[in-house]
Design a protein around this ligand. Structure first.
Ligand code: PMP
Length: 309
């Protein structure tokens, strides 16, 4: 690694600049109202090939475009331009290790919360890939949140908008205050949705079950990857359906997942032990296959890796 975390380079509005120079206007709508959409993209270093592979890059950029269109932000950057900025800034930092990259489209300028532009973009690679404390735990003790997940008729959880994370923030802070690692949030109908920054799977009688996307869940790339691994590699039955709260207390295994979190087992929910209180067998198998998939070593699935160098 050429650059330390503090001295890394950021891509901002067309230029690669040192972190200290990557500043934005305090009056911008992104600063004042969270008017931005973003992606968290993982890259995995392959030692043998001396290559850094980005995972499901096109899928991330397609989701970013969908988020941008839904919020009616000006269409300032093409997918090709977004991809070039992503590659250029990683190269500028000369990263040869696993990284996470935050790529954000934001409303800049002096407008207000409903302004459509001007739209800026930054791309920030983060060498310490697992950024939140709960992402570094072996297993999680979760509660069910007293907060309700945002829904498609208020703020759509389907897309990744900065302001959506105020809902996640309330839920996460409540959980930690009450002695839990993180939380599982129910939707407006009282069905299980997702974690504050991750999707949820449970295992019941050998079947993998996850809340359907229309139950107030982000269109998660990890969730989709896990469904494909389960079906095509492990030949497991997968159900995408509404999940009741009590199923969290009765399931054999549970885990949260996301680009940053990968697959992290849930050991308990509201102090009900999940399975035997350790990482379950199916969760372990999925984790092994997931790591093979993100590092491009899973021949049974699409090649989802893009080489940076
Ligand atoms: N749900 C929420 C609310 C999230 O913030 C994230 C992580 N960004 C996820 C799910 C997982 O999404 P992905 O697999 O695309 O990283």
């Amino acid at each position: 690694m050429k650059t330390s975390i503090k001295n890394r380079f950021i891509w901002l509005n067309g230029k690669v600049v040192p972190l200290q120079e990557a500043t934005i206007n305090v009056l911008s709508p992104t600063s004042q109202f969270g008017a931005n959409v973003f992606e968290g993209i993982r890259c995995y270093w392959n030692e043998e090939e001396e290559q850094l592979y980005a995972f499901r890059l096109d899928d991330h950029f397609n989701r970013l475009k969908r988020s941008q269109r839904l919020l009616e932000l000006d269409d300032t950057y093409t997918i090709e331009e977004m991809k070039k900025a992503f590659v250029d800034v990683i190269k500028a930092n000369e990263y040869k290790e696993d990284i996470a990259v935050r790529q954000t489209l934001f409303v800049d300028g002096f407008g207000t919360w409903h302004s459509s532009g001007p739209v800026g973009m930054f791309v920030a690679p983060i060498p310490k890939a697992k950024t939140n404390p709960e992402y570094n735990k072996k297993g999680l003790n979760c509660c069910v949140s007293s907060w309700q997940r945002i829904n498609d008729n208020s703020m759509s959880p389907r897309i990744k908008c900065g302001a959506n994370y105020i809902n996640s923030r309330m839920a996460q802070r409540e959980a930690v205050k009450n002695g839990y690692d993180t939380t599982i949030i129910l939707n407006k109908d009282g069905k299980v949705s997702e974690g504050p920054g991750s999707c949820l799977f449970i295992v019941r009688d050998g079947k993998l079950v996850t809340p359907q996307i229309t139950d107030s869940v982000l269109e998660s790339i990890t969730r989709d990857t896990i469904i494909q691994i389960a079906r095509d590699v492990l030949k497991l039955e997968v159900e995408e359906r509404s999940v009741d709260r009590t199923e969290l207390y009765m399931c054999d295994e549970a885990f949260l997942c996301g680009s940053a979190m990968e697959i992290t087992p849930v050991f308990s929910v509201d102090r009900y032990q999940v399975g035997n209180g350790e990482c379950g067998e199916i969760t372990s198998e999925l984790h092994v296959e997931y790591l093979k998939t993100v590092t491009g070593k899973q021949p049974k699935l699409d090649n989802w890796s893009t080489g940076i160098y």
